[in-house]
Design a protein around this ligand. Sequence first.
Ligand SMILES: Cc1cc2nc3c(=O)[nH]c(=O)nc-3n(C[C@H](O)[C@H](O)[C@H](O)COP(=O)(O)OP(=O)(O)OC[C@H]3O[C@@H](n4cnc5c(N)ncnc54)[C@H](O)[C@@H]3O)c2cc1C
Length: 314
Amino acid sequence: MYDLIIIGSGPAGYSAAIYAGRSMLSTLLITGSAPGGWAALTNDIENYPGFPEGIAGPELMERMRQQAERFGAEIIMDEVTRVNLGAHPFTVETYSDEYQAKAVVISTGVSQRMLGVPGETQLAGRGVSRCATCDGFFFRDKKIVVVGGGDSAVDEGIFLTRYAREVHIIHRRNRLRAQRAAQERAFQNPKISFIWDTAVTEIIGEDRVTGVKLKNLNTGEESLFDCDAVFIYIGATPNVELFRGQVDLDEFDYIVTCRNGHTSVPGVFAAGDVRETTLKQVVTAVSSGARAAMEAEKYIAALEDRAYPERELG
Ligand SMILES: Cc1cc2nc3c(=O)[nH]c(=O)nc-3n(C[C@H](O)[C@H](O)[C@H](O)COP(=O)(O)OP(=O)(O)OC[C@H]3O[C@@H](n4cnc5c(N)ncnc54)[C@H](O)[C@@H]3O)c2cc1C
């Protein structure tokens, strides 16, 4: 029996573990299959405060992990397969064990959305990727297509120019959604070009990607475009299947919380990208993880009827 179980090891999960550990809660963090979360798969994080030159995502997440351990959090590499949030104490099952806790923080993040076109699944890992940090290196001096127009597409497109001969960003609209600074850098990068108002309708290749089929969304015109790799960044879906029917979700399947992270179930909190939030970044995930842990401390203190050291939680 733990005071707190944290599901997920992205910035939200580790931040919750740091704050819970410092509050002397016995804390178990279950990493899931992606230790460090998306940030650990991001090459350069340039907008996290305190690192004026930027910091490599894997290094930042390794530091957070060490900090969580230093404050006593137990961290296990396993994946949660089932939860019962309907009875207290809560039960959390993984592939290898079953645990109970007085409070739970859900910080399972999001999965990148699929295009849903022929070739995408068949050629995954053979030119189709969602991780420039992991796979960019394999496409040195190659021609790369990036699909999407948000922050991830533009940032990762810029990163891929380190390796690629040329990067073509294909977007369904005629303007980007990414932050202004990133847009400017992309427009000024001589290796990047844009194909607007266009959808990828098929990814072509036998045992590796050789091209994509495109459709102009204004004219309906179809064309073939040769390339060696396709990196897809078209948004995300929250990882909530385990919790569906147990906590309230919004219309887009994000977990509904109050601003301090309480879900519809008392004692169950959500933090990071899995909850409805307008800005999905490391800095906001870290902030919500800290708040969720502090609210969990308060909840447990009330359960045990011991005085909670009053402090301003905002
Ligand atoms: C390509 C890309 C580039 C980005 N670049 C930046 C950037 O430069 N700066 C920035 O601030 N933000 C960036 N972001 C956004 C940032 O990475 C996220 O906002 C942040 O990682 C969210 O943290 P999180 O802890 O909520 O979730 P995540 O980082 O998504 O972590 C989710 C965690 O949950 C775990 N999990 C999932 N299911 C289970 C389960 N069943 N059992 C146990 N664990 C589970 C996973 O293993 C993972 O550890 C980027 C995102 C992407 C996709």
